[in-house]
Design a protein around this ligand. Structure first.
Ligand code: AP5
Ligand code: MG
Ligand code: ZN
Length: 210
């Protein structure tokens, strides 16, 4: 099973990807995570990506598509793949269709009014765990591994505003793109806990797993 996770910044793509990976064994491929690792490592891709990410804009398609293509064609995929943050515009979606088969697009729908707080309150751990200050009870270290939590550089109000505008203009049209292919399923990502949202996603995915 190969899926695309679609959703605005802060919708819960990374949070749900962790649940989905655990239950279904899909390889989690997050272009945002790959870019951040490249920035941290000071690679040429990281140097290109940084200015775009800091501005809340999309990294150029040729860089992003090449990276995903290489990962899908040459990397370990387990029971299939789960793309988080790719495709992010119609060009990338069409490109993806030339080198991989997408079975389902899971659209995590969250009202825009919730997104700013979710992102600005997010705390991350280098082990991959994601938290929100509202449920941390003042903790500053990761409950899973004990390392200190940090904020992403692009999680400030100005950049988030730009990211939300980029999403509306360039990424939201993918909802119609996958609906037209009969591959879209939309879950309400704003009404329940992460576990409740996952239950709704799992109900959809179970239809595709033998
Ligand atoms: P990327 O890393 O993909 O960021 P994003 O799309 O902005 O999404 P986020 O990671 O911020 O949110 P999320 O949906 O994963 O939410 P999360 O689960 O963390 O991309 C970053 C940048 O890289 C882009 O701006 C762009 O520049 C570049 N880029 C990446 N891909 C690209 C591409 N294909 N092409 C070009 N450029 C690209 O949850 C958020 C918060 O909410 C957390 O605190 C979490 O605990 C909380 N939360 C989650 N679920 C719930 C719930 N049900 N109830 C309450 N709180 C919840
Ligand atoms: Mg994410
Ligand atoms: Zn951790």
């Amino acid at each position: 099973m190969n899926i695309v996770l679609l959703g605005a910044p802060g919708a819960g793509k990374g949070t749900q990807a962790a649940f989905i990976k655990e239950r279904y064994g899909l390889a989690h491929i997050s272009t945002g995570d790959i870019f951040r690792a490249n920035i941290k490592g000071g690679t040429p891709i990281g140097k290109v990506a940084k200015s775009y990410i800091d501005a809340g804009k999309l990294v150029p398609d040729e860089v992003t598509c090449e990276l995903v293509k290489d990962r899908l064609l040459n990397g370990e995929l387990g029971a299939g793949f789960m793309l988080d943050g790719f495709p992010r515009n119609i060009f990338q979606a069409k490109e993806l269709d030339t080198f991989a088969k997408v079975d389902l697009c899971v659209n995590i729908d969250v009202d825009k009014s919730l997104l700013m707080d979710r992102i600005c309150g997010r705390r991350m751990c280098s082990c991959g765990a994601t938290y929100h200050v509202s449920t941390l009870d003042g903790a500053t270290t990761c409950a899973k591994c004990g390392k200190p939590l940090y904020r992403r550089d692009d999680d400030n109000p100005e950049t988030v505003e730009a990211r939300l505008n980029t999403y509306a203009a360039q990424t939201a049209p993918l909802v119609d793109y996958y609906a037209a292919q009969g591959k879209l399923c939309t879950v309400n990502g704003g009404a329940g806990s992460p576990e409740q949202v996952f239950a709704a996603i799992a109900a959809e995915l179970d239809k595709y797993v033998k």
